[in-house]
Design a protein. Structure first.
Length: 117
């Protein structure tokens, strides 16, 4: 299993970024895909998830209405569109899959998002 994130960077408050995660090594189309974020000294927290087959989405309250998760099963990609970014969104963002379900968590290397004037 390999997950590779990209798309992070520095953005001003109110700005937007689109994160991407390229997945390989498992049957992508049938697995829930997740985005987490982590700030220094704190635990990693889930911010969004997307189901396979129908693509039902879940969001943490802190990002609801500003972030959108999506997936492209043909390209084995998962995305996180982030709008109206705030300094509190500053974190390292990680792509995640639990494979097999209830089994091991796999993580990408993370991509830094910094929101600052």
């Amino acid at each position: 299993v390999q997950l590779v994130e990209s798309g992070g960077g520095l953005v001003q408050p109110g700005g937007s970024l689109r994160l991407s995660c390229a997945a390989s090594g498992f049957p992508f189309a049938i697995f829930v895909m997740n985005w987490y974020r982590q700030t220094p000294g704190k635990e990693r927290h889930a911010v969004a998830a997307i189901q396979p087959v129908g693509g039902h989405e879940w969001y943490a309250d802190s990002v609801q209405g500003r972030f959108t998760i999506s997936r492209d099963d043909g390209e084995k990609m998962v995305y996180l569109e982030m709008n109206n970014l705030q300094p509190s969104d500053t974190a390292v963002y990680y792509c995640n899959v639990q494979f097999p379900p209830g089994g091991r968590d796999y993580w990408g290397q993370g991509t830094q998002v910094t929101v600052s004037p």
